[in-house]
Ligand binder design. Structure first.
Ligand code: NAG
Length: 160
């Protein structure tokens, strides 16, 4: 009986993955290259998180970030969706690459049943970069895809 159920669950998971075409749990992984050393890039993101903490930061959905830790290499933060109050965990890993900084980032919903997120996990990460202006640095690049970032290509980060 247990085996039948597990096969069934696996089947349903596989099917929904096919239909949704992205991670089974709402999440987003991406890579950035910014034209700035990692020390400066990390501080820029920390400053942006602090500017957007609290629920009245003046930018609606972009508020409610909070910094957990940053040791110069790994940054951990949270973002709470203002209306729904879902909490997403953000992790960024910084690696100097010549004059540039390569940042590997991810955002994951704490809510285990969140499958579709309207691009929220992508926007959690992307808004910090555009908000802080790191997307205007030389050689800026963002790499991700729908297969590792829920609803990336349909995300509207101004309104989510
Ligand atoms: C997010 O990145 C961190 C650091 O690379 C890693 O330990 C963690 O497993 C990642 N989380 C997900 C959901 O991929």
């Amino acid at each position: 009986m247990i085996q039948v159920i597990s096969v069934l669950v696996l089947f349903i998971y596989t099917c929904s993955a096919g239909i949704i075409g992205g991670p089974l749990h709402a999440s987003c992984k991406l890579d950035w290259n910014v034209g700035m050393n990692c020390k400066a890039a990390g501080q820029t993101i920390v400053d942006q998180i602090n500017k957007w903490k609290g629920d009245d930061c003046g930018t609606g959905e972009k508020c409610l970030y909070s910094l957990d830790s940053f040791d110069g290499k790994i940054l951990k933060a949270k973002h709470e969706t203002p209306k729904a109050h879902y909490i997403d965990d953000l992790t960024m890993v910084f690696n100097d690459n010549g004059d540039d900084c390569a940042i590997n980032a991810n955002s994951t919903s704490e809510t285990w049943y969140a499958v579709l997120d309207y691009g929220t996990n992508y926007c959690n990460l992307h808004n910090l970069i555009t908000g802080s202006g790191l997307d205007k640095t030389a050689r800026f690049k963002e790499d991700t895809s729908d297969s590792v970032c829920t609803q990336f290509s349909s995300a509207n980060c101004e309104k989510y």
